[in-house]
Design a protein around this ligand. Structure first.
Ligand code: ADP
Ligand code: ADP
Ligand code: ZN
Length: 209
């Protein structure tokens, strides 16, 4: 199954996508993770993307479409995948329609007040993409999955978070209507606990499989 996860920054896309990909044995394609890795390694894509990512702006569509075209052509995508963080604009969604058949769009809805709390306490592993929240970490400073140190993303700083929420409402939220009109959208209440959200998504995907 080819699935898109759609929702504002902090909605829980990465958290849920990682777990569901493990359960379904399909790859999680997180464009944020791909860009952060490219920036860290200083690749040509990373150099192009750096200033946008750090300012909480969207990286130009053509850069993202090229990344996704290359990634979806890889062998491990044949059995399906979850796109986490792509598409984020209508032009990206239109480009995707030309190269992929999407079966389901999972929308996670969370209000802005909660998003700000989640993002300000988010800690991530840059090595494997695992995501945590300080409220649940206790004394832990390393990743449970791979042992690498956990960090706070620069773009999770309060000023940048507000920017990213505005960008979401202006440029990404229109995709809700885009996929509704194609009968692909499934909306979930992302304010519920992680376990409950996971169960309801799995139920819906199970029914579609
Ligand atoms: P979050 O998990 O908070 O929603 P991501 O990790 O998905 O954030 O993305 C981080 C940043 O990477 C974005 O703010 C943006 O700069 C860039 N980015 C990721 N995906 C895209 C995309 N599809 N189009 C443009 N920029 C993107
Ligand atoms: P996204 O990928 O949509 O930006 P993340 O999965 O990174 O969101 O989650 C953002 C933050 O919120 C993380 O700190 C994560 O631990 C936390 N989080 C995720 N899902 C929930 C939930 N259902 N309830 C409370 N906190 C959550
Ligand atoms: Zn890790």
């Amino acid at each position: 199954m080819n699935i898109i996860f759609l929702g504002p920054p902090g909605a829980g896309k990465g958290t849920q996508a990682q777990r569901i990909c493990d359960a379904l044995n399909i790859p999680q394609i997180s464009t944020g993770d791909i860009l952060r890795k490219a920036i860290k390694e200083g690749t040509p894509t990373g150099l192009k993307a750096k200033e946008y990512v750090e300012a909480g702006k969207l990286v130009p569509d053509e850069v993202l479409v090229e990344i996704i075209r290359d990634r979806l052509a890889m062998d491990d995508c044949k059995q399906g995948y979850i796109l986490d963080g792509f598409p984020r604009t209508v032009p990206q969604a239109e480009a995707l329609e030309k190269i992929a058949n999407i079966d389901c769009v999972v929308e996670l809805a969370v209000d802005d007040e909660n998003l700000i709390k989640r993002l300000s306490g988010r800690r991530v592993c840059l090595n494997c993409g695992a995501t945590y929240h300080v409220s649940l970490l206790g004394d832990r400073t390393t990743c449970e999955k791979c042992g690498e140190p956990l960090i706070q993303r620069k773009d999770d700083a309060p000023e940048t978070v507000l920017n990213r929420l505005t960008v979401y409402h202006e440029q990404t939220a229109p995709l809700i209507a885009f996929y509704e009109s194609r009968n692909l959208l499934k909306r979930f209440d992302g304010m519920k606990g992680m376990e409950e959200v996971y169960q309801s998504i799995m139920e819906t995907l199970g029914a579609k499989a």
